[in-house]
Design a protein around this ligand. Structure first.
Ligand code: CO
Length: 505
């Protein structure tokens, strides 16, 4: 494994593939909104890559110089890269949430953030202030002719896919009410058996409490909610993502507890009051998707199964599929939930002191109600992606953001392609100057092989303080990228996004 020597301030010589000061600059705010054809390109954009990549993430890491406490508290900004006839166009736009508009007008932090951002004035100014900002910063998806910016604790924002103008909040014809949650991790079932084999979008919401309510929403291709059912599970639930199969929605209820007192007293953000419980099991909540007569009315008590395992803390699942009595589920697991300390700055993170996210495969046996697990990737990794037709089905190839080195915790600098059947792995790394983000697999139109397509990802180039949209040939990560599109500026490290074959430019 190649490694790079980077000068450090300390007396011990360390060999790292990254430099923290260089990495940190990828978390500078991008205040400018731009709209241009990308003309600085290495390689060639494939002419059969046609469509639009939408990405979301925190665009502002400060409000008028006042630093926010955690990137999850940063205002949502959409980056759109459109591909047509071998050319690419970039446009970005902040989502005009109420909070964004108000704070930009005030020129200061007005809202408390879930992850610890506080208004000026210390705890007194934040005491019993439960007004949180719907920052719309976690994901963006084009579904049912609607472009939706998602943030898990409140309703989606509706955007114009052409102008990226914020049109308001989306309630799906009254299915959601003011302030209702709608998760940032919808999954597309590529051929839903309840909809005659048409694709459908499956999403959920969590209402946490002493017992928590998980509500499932299924939207048909027109964007209409066609199935909705709610289920109560014991205990507090902090669930960011889930997985689907043709018959089930599967959730990992992380072993955490919530102590609201420091939040109510204005000392800590709500997200900072979630404490990981290392000796407690993870509960695997398996909800049947089977519609029943009243499913559109809600309150259907389909039989939920709860199994137990040990999974540490899970943000993201890669995929799940059914084999006989089993559901196989692939998830990125952390030994514990990295805690956000009140006085600390996330930019000063000591990567070595944290445990890496690693990919595990869980075998959930519905008949015996047992769970077995195996580690399938020990390299620090996050942000899985696969062929959209394989969501909920057995699959061979997984693409995932990864650290450059094989062991330990480090920023994501590369992308790993994994063959889950043979165990073969390939890595393409942007180290030592590049820093990665979520890769997205896009199949080549008309392709038949599972890996015939491209992996698209934004990579922060710390040498030039700009971001590149990198296009990798998914069949072979050992090759040089098909193309590197140099943007005129950087894009702060983002969270999630989606590709649509529809072209918006
Ligand atoms: Co996520």
């Amino acid at each position: 494994m190649q490694s790079f020597q980077v000068g450090t301030m300390s007396s011990t010589v360390t060999e790292k593939s990254y430099n923290r000061a260089a990495w940190q600059r990828g978390y500078e705010s991008l205040k400018q909104e731009s709209d241009y054809w990308i003309d600085d390109i290495e390689g060639e954009i494939p002419t059969d890559l046609e469509g639009t990549l939408f990405r979301n993430g925190p665009g502002l890491l400060d409000i008028n110089g006042e630093k926010i406490h955690h990137p999850f508290d940063g205002d949502g900004m959409i980056s759109r890269i459109s591909f047509t006839n071998g050319r690419a166009h970039f446009k970005n736009s902040f989502i005009r949430t109420e909070g964004y508009v108000e704070e930009q007008k005030a020129g200061k932090i007005v809202y408390r953030g879930v992850f610890g951002t506080q208004k000026q004035g210390g705890w007194l100014a934040n005491l019993f202030d439960f007004k949180l900002k719907n920052i719309a910063n976690t994901n963006v998806i084009y579904w049912g002719s609607k472009l939706l910016a998602l943030w898990e604790a409140a309703e989606p924002h509706l955007l114009d896919p052409v102008t990226l103008e914020t049109l308001g909040k989306e309630y799906f014809n009254g299915v959601l009410s003011e302030g209702d949650a709608f998760s940032a991790h919808p999954r597309v079932d590529p051929n839903c058996k309840f909809d005659g084999g048409a694709p459908c979008l499956v999403n959920f919401s969590i209402k946490p409490g002493l017992s928590s309510t998980i509500t499932i929403f299924e939207l048909d291709i027109t964007g209409k909610v066609v199935r909705k059912h709610a289920h109560s599970v014991p205990g507090f639930a902090f669930i960011h993502d889930f997985a689907i199969t043709p018959n089930y929605c599967i959730f990992f209820q992380n072993p955490v507890k919530f102590n609201p007192i420091p939040f109510a007293l204005g000392i800590r953000g709500a997200g900072e009051c979630v404490k990981f419980q290392p000796n407690q099991p993870t509960r695997v909540v398996i909800v049947p998707r089977t519609p029943t007569q009243n499913s559109t009315q809600g309150n259907v008590s389909a039989k939920v199964k709860i199994l137990e395992t040990s999974a540490g803390f899970v943000f993201h699942h890669a995929n799940a599929f059914e084999v006989g009595d089993e559901i196989v589920m692939d998830s990125v697991c952390y030994e514990s939930l990295p805690e956000v300390e009140s006085g600390s700055d996330f930019r000063e993170v000591d990567f070595d002191s944290l445990k890496p996210g690693q990919l595990w495969r869980f075998h959930l046996n519905l008949k015996d109600e047992t769970v077995n697990r195996e580690l399938i990737e020990s390299r620090c990794c996050e942000f899985p992606s696969l062929h959209p037709q394989n969501v909920g089905h057995d699959y061979k190839y997984l693409y995932i953001g990864a650290a450059h080195g094989e062991s330990g915790n480090a920023p994501l600098q590369g992308f790993v392609k994994m063959d889950l059947q043979t165990g073969e792995k390939q890595i393409w790394s942007a180290a030592p100057f590049g820093y990665g983000s979520e890769p997205i697999f896009v199949p080549r139109p008309g392709s038949e092989q599972e890996d015939d397509g491209w992996v698209l990802a934004l990579v922060y180039d710390s040498q030039h303080h700009r971001s590149d949209l990198v296009i990798l040939d998914a069949r072979d990560f050992n090759k040089e990228p098909v193309a590197r599109l140099h943007l005129k500026h950087h894009v702060p490290y983002g969270l999630h996004g989606n590709f649509t074959s529809e072209l918006f430019v």
